[in-house]
Design a protein around this ligand. Structure first.
Ligand SMILES: [Fe+2]
Ligand SMILES: [Fe+2]
Length: 249
């Protein structure tokens, strides 16, 4: 009796409760569907299914094609390797650090850039940099001496025999002498002395003038009167002489 009453009560409650959830879902679905185009019934042919063949399934003609592609790739790689190898060899020979022939004038121009750097550093020092000035002057002295040596013993004599180069070569000897005197005086001077900076500046300007004369007048004349082979032969001698001079300093 009691069970019958409960069932009747539950049935009444179910009938009275509003069915909200299904309504919401329906509204949502209709809103979503409004933005979609209805797909037209497909009239095209069914898509082909692409399957990957296993190794066993590859025909002999395909195998031949793969093998031919592999050999083409291998020969292309070999050709590229040969080209790269040749390029590297040429670059290495021409590079300053390579084992190829050294052109005398190119060697001297590299020395000039190095000396210019050292002179610029020296000009930027102050009287407080006593140790720094002293060490820098030692480096300049050694490198300048080696540079002057190879010019005076190798390039200048080779050029002096050509009338068009004689005057500029004689001037070069004198400019070396002036630089040597200034370096010797600086070495005798206390780096903290107020005159050190002024004297160093005169050395710098004197050497910059000399470098300019060599590069604008002497070296172009040298290139016109000496062959490439002669410049390379002189360069080899200069390189060996310079290395020996720097080892002894
Ligand atoms: Fe010089
Ligand atoms: Fe020089």
């Amino acid at each position: 009796m009691a069970k019958t009453r409960v069932k009747a009560k539950r049935g009444a409650l179910r009938r009275a409760a509003p069915k909200r959830a299904p309504l919401k879902r329906a509204a949502k679905n209709s809103a979503t569907n409004r933005g979609r185009k209805r797909r037209a019934p497909s009239t095209s042919k069914p898509r082909k299914t692409i399957t990957l063949r296993s190794k066993r399934g590859v025909s002999s003609s395909s195998k031949r094609g793969v093998s031919s592609s592999k050999s083409t790739l291998a020969s292309a790689a070999l050709a590229v390797g040969r080209v790269i190898g040749r390029t590297v060899a040429v670059v290495a020979e021409r590079a300053p650090w390579g084992n190829g022939p050294v052109n005398a004038i190119e060697l001297l121009e590299r020395d000039h850039r190095r000396l210019e750097d050292l002179l610029k550093k020296g000009e930027e020092t102050t009287p407080r940099a006593v140790k720094g000035r002293s060490e820098l002057l030692d480096t300049i002295t050694n490198e300048l001496k080696a540079h002057e040596l190879i010019e005076e013993k190798v390039l200048y004599p080779a050029l002096k025999s050509h009338p068009e180069a004689k005057e500029i070569v004689l001037e070069g000897y004198q400019e070396h002498h002036v630089a040597d005197v200034l370096v010797a005086e600086l070495k005798q001077m206390d780096p903290a002395d107020e005159r050190w900076g002024a004297k160093f500046k005169v050395l710098k300007e004197s050497l910059e003038h000399h470098i300019g004369e060599e590069e604008k007048k002497m070296f172009p004349t040298g290139r016109s009167v000496l062959s490439r082979a002669e410049l390379e032969e002189l360069g080899a001698r200069m390189e060996a002489m310079k290395a020996d001079a720097l080892r002894r300093s």
